[in-house]
Design a binder for this molecule. Structure first.
Ligand code: NAP
Length: 330
């Protein structure tokens, strides 16, 4: 327990002072701690790796809880990770055990507990494809509950835990995945294929993903950031055809019975890639990543920059970008 700032707990290195900060190291501790916190009647915010949020500069008059238990267990094809485990350690262990299913999710920052909230995905793999259940603590009813894959209502970078009814109401304690023993590696994306030859092993895929990400994605030790700031917009066929007429090099892919446009391509075409905006900016490596350029950017700087980008993309393409990053305490 103690005082902290959100800037210490987030990969953007931005965010105001926190009234109370509490770490929970295992399930046995939860009931007692939550009972006590609820008596104070303060708002609660549960934080994972803090890698997918932009927190305002205001003080947070509430309690921030971090679940730090980080054990990972493999039994046959089943893998269970406590919420505080570093996500990439989960992937590493799965690959070492020759378990296929999450190798393309190598190098995604954050914790195992945060991974299902936005249904992390990369290179054609999504967490929802392997997740079987999640154990959560229901804060309101003070009890442990198991969510099956179906209960989680997963979608593209979405889950029930992002919805109003569930947001900040459950502490994710562990996630269980069903992987495929000696399964064949999945390689759909050109950006991956370019580095792989023949029949790659899971370790080859993992190495290639990490290599590709390092070249493309900003390390938050250099510039604070929260990965992809915007979601890839989904459009119907009429919009696709009209855009293709105007922009022959547009990056667009089939998505269910619609089409997904690479948001990074849209931002790049508005000229924002590598641009400075006060103490914030857009990464010169990847147009989808907004950065705390000088280390002194405020949440307001980043938010205003995102508004400018949304406006410019809308003016040029008639598409309103949605933020993938969650805005907290705004
Ligand atoms: P990229 O390979 O340059 O591709 C750019 C965009 O085009 C991606 O956003 C991807 O959509 C889409 N795309 C490319 N090839 C595709 C195909 N064969 N089928 C369908 N869609 C295709 O991507 P990047 O920006 O370097 O990122 C690499 C991967 O890491 C992407 O999958 C990206 O989503 C993922 N990533 C995920 C997170 C996260 O979960 N928070 C953060 C950073 C990067 P998708 O985004 O739908 O894959």
């Amino acid at each position: 327990m103690g005082t902290k700032n959100f800037s210490d707990l987030t990969s953007f290195k931005i965010g105001g002072k926190i009234r109370k900060y509490i770490e929970i190291s295992d399930e046995d501790e939860i009931t007692g701690i939550i009972g006590k916190i609820k008596k104070d009647n303060l708002p609660i915010f549960i934080i994972g790796g803090g890698t997918d949020i932009l927190v305002s500069d205001k003080d947070f008059e509430g309690v921030v809880i971090k679940y730090t238990g980080d054990k990972i267990k493999v039994r046959g094809e089943m893998l269970t990770a406590e919420a505080g485990a570093v996500w990439d350690d989960v992937v590493k262990l799965s690959v070492e055990n020759n378990l296929q299913g999450i190798e393309c999710l190598s190098g995604i920052p954050g914790t195992a507990g945060a991974a299902p909230i936005q249904n992390i995905g990369a290179y054609g793999q999504e967490l929802k494809d392997t997740l079987t259940k999640i154990k959560v603590y229901d804060i309101q009813n003070e009890k442990f509950v198991t969510y099956t894959n179906k209960d989680c209502k997963f979608d593209y970078r979405e889950s029930i835990f992002k919805s109003k009814s569930h947001w900040q109401k459950y502490i994710i304690c562990s996630v269980t995945l069903k992987l495929v023993k000696n399964g064949k590696a999945l390689i759909n994306y050109d950006s991956l294929k370019n580095n792989l030859k023949g029949e790659p092993t899971l370790q080859n895929v993992r190495d290639s993903v990490i290599f590709t990400r390092r070249q493309r994605i900003e390390d938050y030790d250099n510039f604070g950031n929260a990965g992809s700031f915007f979601k890839n917009p989904i459009v119907d066929q009429a919009k696709k055809l009209s855009l293709e007429k105007l922009f022959s090099d547009i990056k667009i892919y089939p998505f269910k019975n619609k089409y997904k446009i690479a948001a990074g391509w849209l931002v790049e075409k508005t000229g924002w890639k590598g641009k400075e905006f006060g103490n914030a900016g857009v990464s010169p490596k990847h147009a989808l990543i907004l950065i705390n350029r000088t280390g002194r950017a405020t949440a307001e700087d980043v938010f205003k920059l995102s508004e400018e980008i949304i406006k410019d993309v809308n003016n040029k393409f008639g598409i309103i970008l949605e933020r993938e990053v969650q805005l907290i305490n705004f």
